[in-house]
Design a binder for this molecule. Structure first.
Ligand code: OAD
Length: 255
């Protein structure tokens, strides 16, 4: 199967990747669903909805600060690094991610569409203020602060710049993702349960347009019934082997 996937990728005209929490699992970031997933210990309606934030901003901020701490210390794993290399090789055109952990950027990918926001950004609940705490160098101080974060411009409450359940996705990012999917002939789906829409439409769009879908996952997901090749295993390990085969395939024109 891995040879088949390598062949499809090596012959692709416009390859995109669609990633979920599983791509970052080997970087020590918990996934959401399944055993040990975040939604086993936290209730979505208590920590990840606009209503939850209105009801108890302290609880929601505690949940996000806990995740900010994990994500700021996490390093890209081999799956992220292989995707960055595939982009440098001119094969991979874009990574569309549901993740908020910034690891594709840290790995070196330049063309990234973040569908669910970014953990390092905060935005005002009232005005247009937005800040990337990593870039402004204020992340450590922000994490130490015990009081709720306030907007430096209008003093209203700040919130994480992530998408909560019941909220629309950032329209520009979503349109960009769908346009990339419409132009793609191959979609590499890595580490997602493909259960959360509209993000999960991405591989279906590629398939509907006659393209191929390759999936890398430790187990079957919502998208598995329509994929052309399913590669079972940990993303970091599978992606490394896949890269070796793609390179071999490109060198040996007969593949
Ligand atoms: P999920 O937690 O739903 O799914 C993670 C997927 O990764 C599962 O299919 C696992 O089998 C797979 N997986 C786990 N470890 C892996 C590994 N080492 N290598 C490869 N695959 C592995 O996460 P997402 O699909 O990303 O949304 O979830 C989608 C959205 O639901 C998230 O963006 C988040 C969540 O609630 C919001 O918060 C809006």
């Amino acid at each position: 199967m891995i040879e088949e996937a390598a062949k499809i990728i090596a012959h692709s005209r416009f390859l995109i990747a669609f990633t979920g929490a599983g791509v970052s699992a080997e970087s020590g970031i918990p996934t959401f669903r399944g055993r040990g997933g975040l939604w086993e210990n936290y209730r979505i309606e208590e920590v990840a909805t606009p209503e939850a934030f209105r009801r108890d901003p302290n609880l929601v901020w505690a949940f996000y600060k806990m995740r900010m701490k994990i994500m700021k210390d996490a390093k890209p794993n081999n799956a992220h690094l292989v995707l960055a290399e595939l982009e440098k090789m001119g094969i991979l055109r874009a990574v569309i991610t549901q993740n908020i952990d910034n690891l594709h950027k840290e790995a070196g990918n330049q063309h990234i569409v973040e569908l669910h926001g970014n953990i390092h950004r905060v935005k005002c609940t009232r005005c247009d203020y937005m800040e990337n705490l990593l870039e402004s160098g204020k992340l450590e101080d922000f994490l130490k602060e015990k009081n709720l974060p306030k907007c430096p411009e209008c003093a209203s409450l700040l919130r994480p710049d992530v998408v909560w359940f019941g909220e629309p996705l950032p329209q520009e990012a979503l349109q960009k993702a769908f346009k990339l999917a419409e132009g793609a002939d191959v979609c590499l789906v890595i580490g997602t349960s493909a259960q959360v829409f509209p993000a999960a439409y991405v591989p279906y769009i590629v398939k509907d347009n006659g393209g191929s879908v390759i999936e890398v996952n430790t187990k079957e997901s919502g998208i598995t019934p329509i994929v052309d090749v399913f590669l079972r295993g940990k993303a970091g390990e599978v992606m490394q082997s896949l890269l070796v085969k793609v390179k071999r395939c490109l060198e040996n024109k007969k593949c």
